[in-house]
Design a binder for this molecule. Structure first.
Ligand SMILES: [Mn+2]
Length: 359
């Protein structure tokens, strides 16, 4: 972990030089964790070309001292920005970057405290680095995916048509993943049965799962602060011919992307390749969302896909989640997490994808 953090800090310091900044103020719990190993809700970090400051209040000082192994000055304060400005006073640090996503109130605060400095808003300064995962990040995501895989196998026996509610399935998945070592759920699960499965983001309700329905489960967990994000759609009781055809189409789209995904594929192609499979089968109008997103410390992080000619890179971890949603009837989505390599990809979510019918 220490070496990984030192490498990340080195990349930030290189980026400071590239962008003409003398330093950068890090905001956001996950960005702070990424660069320090400290996990807590109150922390401000300043990375200068040869100055690293970590500021937190008394509740977190001990945790900071235990968890931060890279070379940082750890400072206890309840006025972090004022303290940074004071510590940098008289140094040759003049141009300071900050994340353009900060709130308006935080921006006003920065302007007040750093009135004597040249403040420069930065877009995706750390998010760009976070897109490429290192070995410790990949290990955590891999484990989170394995935990989700096991919970999926277990939930198949838990669901009793005509008795089990979506909410009970939600709670079961959550408890099962914790049982296998997860820290917690990585987002509010989607457990959508029957007509509700036509809603791509139908979170669990009190509805009882009935025979004859499809059931979409989109869930995941945190392991060592990194997420998994997986979707499987199962059928309950029996399957109609149309449901079968739609399932096989979504699976073919998911599989087409697994076969095509590798370093060098453009964001446009990444979205287009599976989408074309669904269009060719005549369901193009029913695939209404993007193909996927990056995962890591956040459940949704860069990159996102669409019309860009940027290319995917080795060690990105991306979701592959085509779906078909027939309004008021049902929907099917299948989602895997893919680790991109030079010449292909590794599927990290290995739960079965053949058509499953729960009796
Ligand atoms: Mn997803």
């Amino acid at each position: 972990m220490t070496n990984h953090i030192e490498e990340r800090l080195k990349r930030v310091e290189d980026k400071l030089v590239e962008t003409g900044l003398d330093g950068f103020i890090v905001s956001g719990q996950r960005n702070v964790y990424y660069l320090t190993g400290f996990w807590g809700t109150e922390a401000t970090v300043f990375i200068g070309r040869n100055r690293r400051l970590f500021l937190t209040d008394a509740r977190y000082t001990l945790i900071a001292k235990q968890s931060i192994t890279a070379d940082f000055d750890i400072i206890e304060t309840r006025a972090a920005l004022e303290e940074i400005a004071k510590l940098l006073g008289g140094s040759d640090i003049k141009t300071i970057g900050f994340d353009e996503q900060v709130t308006y109130a935080d921006y006003q605060h920065l302007l007040r405290v750093f009135a004597e400095y040249d403040l420069k808003a930065q877009s995706l300064f750390l998010e760009d680095l976070r897109m490429i995962k290192d070995a410790s990040e990949i290990a955590a995501i891999r484990k989170a995916c394995q935990i989700s895989d096991k919970a999926f196998i277990d939930v198949l026996d838990f669901i009793k048509p005509g008795q089990t509610t979506e909410m009970a399935v939600n709670h079961f998945l959550d408890a099962r993943m914790r049982h296998y070592g997860a820290e917690c759920a990585s987002f509010e699960f989607i457990v959508a049965s029957g007509y509700r499965s036509a809603m791509p983001h139908g979170v669990a309700s009190d509805k009882v799962i009935q025979s004859g329905e499809t059931l979409t489960l989109d869930f995941g967990c945190y392991y060592d602060h990194y997420v998994s994000d997986m979707t499987r759609t199962v059928h309950v009781g029996h399957v109609t011919d149309e449901e079968h055809r739609i399932y096989e189409t979504v699976l073919a789209a998911n599989q087409a992307l697994i076969e095509a995904a590798k370093a060098g594929v453009t964001y446009r192609q990444f979205d287009q390749i599976p989408r074309q499979v669904i269009k060719d089968a005549g369901f193009g109008d029913y695939f209404t969302h993007g193909i996927g997103h990056g995962i890591g410390l956040d459940i949704h992080e860069y990159p996102y896909f669409g019309t860009s000619d940027e290319t995917i890179k080795p060690n990105m971890v991306l979701t592959d989640e085509p779906g078909i949603y027939i309004p008021d009837k049902y929907g099917v989505r299948i989602e895997d997490d893919l680790l991109i390599t030079e010449d292909g990809c590794e599927v990290l979510t290995l739960a079965p994808k053949e058509l499953i019918v729960i009796k």
